[in-house]
Design a binder for this molecule. Structure first.
Ligand SMILES: *[C@@H]1O[C@H](CO)[C@@H](O)[C@H](O)[C@H]1NC(C)=O
Ligand SMILES: *[C@@H]1O[C@H](CO)[C@@H](O)[C@H](O)[C@H]1NC(C)=O
Ligand SMILES: *[C@@H]1O[C@H](CO)[C@@H](O)[C@H](O)[C@H]1NC(C)=O
Length: 429
């Protein structure tokens, strides 16, 4: 069942630039179709509506239309080269990183993108997410790190968001804050819930003061904190920061309290508490939006700025700016674990390619030592991937889900995966 795979080593160092680009700019508003065309999978049974792609032609799901993309617009790097005097390697954003030996474990029951996860002891709860752009999951899959099996599955409340959830736990209860409700680029909800993992019962919490996509969420000093995220149009970054006192799965207040706004807003950042300090790491401003008047809220791409910023709150309750990540990184909300006072982060997305404007995924494993406040790159994943769900048990670093790259030489997003991998983490410094 499990197999070992020695990794390819193509995530080469920052590479090279030739000639000077002076041709047409491909435009910041690439239609979502291009991106979601890469959201493809041919072999997952749940997905009759997965997008299928052949060179130059993008077939979108049956419910919508078929679009033909002139190959020289988007797909053919040679056409760019014709106008260009300078081309940047597609993999230029990869950082030098040691190889790790990854072992493939039983795949999750379903592929998921923009899902969420919480680890409690050796149990790993994996929440909802997109199965395809037109289908969102509304259940939790449960993995046991001791037996290395997927052991359970149960439904989420019907009013709960499906993707872009904010999640946090106290070791028994899992708090689920707002998120996107429904497929494509539908609106966010402010509805929030709590799961008792012992009884598998859900209860409502007071709703957030406003709906949010992917608010940075964490339990800190007896309060759930939710901050940043995307506003109702999915694109506009929010700076608001709210908190709610909770105990044993109950809200102790009727309403969320306003806290000090986060210096920079937006969705898809990691939010972590280590030694009583709250960290918000990476993220982005801007995101896909629903096309105006689209009855299915079809996603269309908008300008995004990915950033490397790290902010921290401690006793002073004033945001402190810490050393940034080794590169801008987003889509990492559940891609982290804490090991021996270090925050380990797997994968993500970085700034788009400056020439092709393509999305670029991240394939490194990062470490932030919260004592020395130093970042390092401690390894490579089996492939570049965003919105992974990450756990740590008994010396093993695990990750599952997300959207992976097209291959060693092509860091653009392609298949949404259900794979589960693990590697033995060597002693951190
Ligand atoms: C679209 O879906 C319907 C049923 O879901 C199917 O009968 C039809 O063949 C599909 N069309 C294409 C072009 O795949
Ligand atoms: C997880 O697996 C271990 C080892 O098989 C077992 O002892 C434990 O009861 C399991 N936990 C749950 C919650 O299934
Ligand atoms: C974490 O600390 C423990 C105790 O010092 C040590 O045995 C272990 O190897 C460390 N783990 C890592 C991944 O550094």
């Amino acid at each position: 069942m499990a197999r070992f795979q020695l990794l390819h080593s193509p995530l080469s160092a920052t590479k090279f630039v030739f000639l000077v680009w002076c041709g047409a700019i491909l435009g910041a508003t690439l239609v979502a179709t291009f991106f979601w065309a890469s959201f493809s999978s041919s072999h997952f049974s749940i997905a009759p509506n997965w997008v299928i792609e052949s060179p130059g032609t993008i077939v979108v799901p049956n419910t919508t239309t078929t679009t033909t993309v002139p190959p020289n617009k988007e797909e053919d790097p040679n056409s760019a080269r014709k106008h260009a005097e300078r081309i940047l390697s597609a993999t230029f954003a990869d950082l030098l990183a040691p190889d790790l030996l990854w072992e493939q474990m039983p795949s999750a029951p379903v592929p998921r993108l923009d899902g969420a996860s919480i680890q409690i002891g050796d149990i790993f709860y994996v929440f909802s997410g997109y199965g395809s752009l037109d289908y969102v999951h509304s259940h939790v899959d449960v993995y046991n790190f001791s037996s290395n099996k997927w052991v359970d599955k149960f439904a989420t409340p019907k009013d709960m968001g499906h993707s872009h959830l904010g999640v946090a736990t106290d070791g028994r209860y899992i708090y689920v804050i707002s998120g996107q409700y429904g497929p494509q680029c539908r609106g966010p909800t402010s509805r929030s819930f709590v799961l008792d993992t012992q009884t598998k019962k859900w209860k409502s919490l007071p709703p957030l003061p406003a709906p949010r996509y992917s608010p940075a969420t964490q339990l800190w000093r007896g309060r759930i904190h939710a901050m940043g995220g995307g506003k109702e149009n999915r694109h506009t970054p929010a700076l608001d920061h709210w908190s709610l006192a909770v105990k044993d799965g109950e809200a102790l207040e009727k309403e969320w309290r306003t806290e000090i706004p986060i210096p920079r807003g937006g969705p898809h950042r990691a939010c972590v508490v280590v030694n009583d300090r709250l960290y918000a790491i990476g993220g982005q401003e801007g995101d896909f939006m629903a096309k105006p008047n689209s009855p299915i809220f079809k996603c269309s791409r908008r300008h995004e700025v990915i950033y490397a910023d790290v902010y921290m709150l401690d006793d002073e309750m004033k945001w402190k700016i810490l050393p940034p990540m080794p590169k801008p990184n987003s889509h990492i909300e559940c891609a982290w674990v804490v090991v021996n006072n270090s925050i380990i982060i797997t994968g993500g997305t970085t700034e788009k390619h400056p020439v092709t404007k393509r999305m670029i995924l991240v394939g490194e494993v990062f470490q932030f030592n919260t004592e020395t406040q130093k970042w390092s790159v401690i390894g490579k994943l089996p492939y570049r991937v965003k919105t992974t769900l990450t756990g740590y048990w008994n010396g093993w670093l695990y990750f599952t889900s997300g959207q992976r790259d097209r291959g060693p030489d092509n860091p653009q997003p392609q298949k949404v995966v259900s794979d589960l991998w693990r590697t033995k983490l060597s002693a951190l410094i």
